[in-house]
Design a binder for this molecule. Sequence first.
Ligand code: SF4
Length: 66
Amino acid sequence: MHIDIDKDLCIGAGQCALAAPAVFTQDDDGYSTLLPGRADGGADPMAREAARACPVAAITVSGTAG
Ligand code: SF4
């Protein structure tokens, strides 16, 4: 699994950090960022939920779980 956040699209809604707090957090400006070492999603199925929850579809999850 690989996770990309398009920071040009992100509006800082925070839905991703709510949906998958083990993968996403928010930076000092409120925009989404990945927790250290979590670019692979940490095999967290909630990463896909976070991508769905994002109101501007800024999150791309590619590859299979795990
Ligand atoms: S849910 Fe989308 S818009 Fe909101 S912080 Fe996460 S990536 Fe950004």
